[in-house]
Ligand binder design. Sequence first.
Ligand code: 0PR
Length: 418
Amino acid sequence: MGKYCLRAIVIFVVSWLVRGVLVVLYSRFPRSGVDWREVLRELQSRARIVPVHLLENIIGSMTTYPHPLGVEAFRLFWHANANDPLVFREIAKLESEVVSMLGDLLGGDPARVEGMITSGGSEANVSALYLAREHGYDTVYIPLNVHESVVKAARFLRMNTVRVGLGSNYKISLEDLVEKLEKHGRGVIVATAGSTGLGLVDPIPEVSKIALEYESIVHVDAAYGGFIVPFLKAMGAPLPDIGFTNEAVVSVTIDPHKMGLAPIPAGGLVARSREWFEPLLFDSSYLPMGYQKGLFGTRTGGSIAATWAVIKSLGFDGYLNIVSECMSNAVFLAGFADYSPRLELATRPETPIVCIKPKGVEAKRVLGELWRRKWYPYHCGIVDGVRVVVMPHITREKLQEFAQVLDEVVGSLQASNT
Ligand code: 0PR
């Protein structure tokens, strides 16, 4: 007992001293600068231990290793502030072209849509709800399959929130939506195209019809699915239209830094029309333009240029090929999960996200073991499962290897249960 006590005290004192040294070395604002070569050397050694999508087993993330052209385009324009469209005029032009192209992909009128490149899907969602509120829609209908950024946005904007249940297929329940609209009146309904946990697409045309009946509007969160669903549909997948062909849809979130293959940070918000987007233009008398776009301030032109470049270079056909490959790899993994007696598929994947439920073992335990072995899938959130997002950097061989490891880990945890 005394031996253990002594050891605990020694560990405590040593870790306290180490922390103290680290605080002095790294957390205090340095009085005098250090030679830049030394600074760079330290950063390089720190960068070496950060996992890289292409080399390590990052199989749960919606981001990927960006397209090299996007990185080069970012490098060309990173210094330009998109918040100043007069001085950095070219950036404003590029942004307007990007928004038109995204609007076109989403079934909007490229000449009428308006929008912006944001820091990510979270900013696009909060901006969309802000637009709805400014146009007089104070209540937000939030199904249980939404990304947390939507809940956060409603809270941030102090909007009335009505939660909407899901059907047995984990998509928005239309019956519950109608019931809630009857009770709480008009509002903005958030529908998801490519849900975070399962990659499922809500029945947006039906949601739009219901919205019209109840004098409501729809914001579509296609942060993940925006650069996926249009291509899968073109290949014949039985998925609904997710964009502006649905009459009640007023805005869509679509993120270039996910399957759009642009470098982080690049989210996207597209509004059906200039009039709808207008509340996001704020007076700013000191800026040369006299106004400022978006909820926040300075934005790098790099994100806009990168998105522009990757879209131009890949085109519809280029994305279609990439998405097709990801989807067929996802179907392969789903097939493995279906086949293994230790695993179960949460749902048939509609986009390249596969959620696998380990039988008789909590997913969190499986994830702990997988992360220990340096495989990085995530939790599925609304289902107790292991989420794999099949992005372009994930090869069939990688998935084969992962499937074996997953099966083995679940097998050994099952055995340790008995
Ligand atoms: N909407 C949906 C449907 C999302 O899935 C996400 C992000 C967002 C909005 C918010 O987007 P931003 O993170 O760009 O603001 N979902 C990702 C996910 O859960 C976030 C993420 C991405 C987390 C990469 C970790 C990571 O490595 O996977």
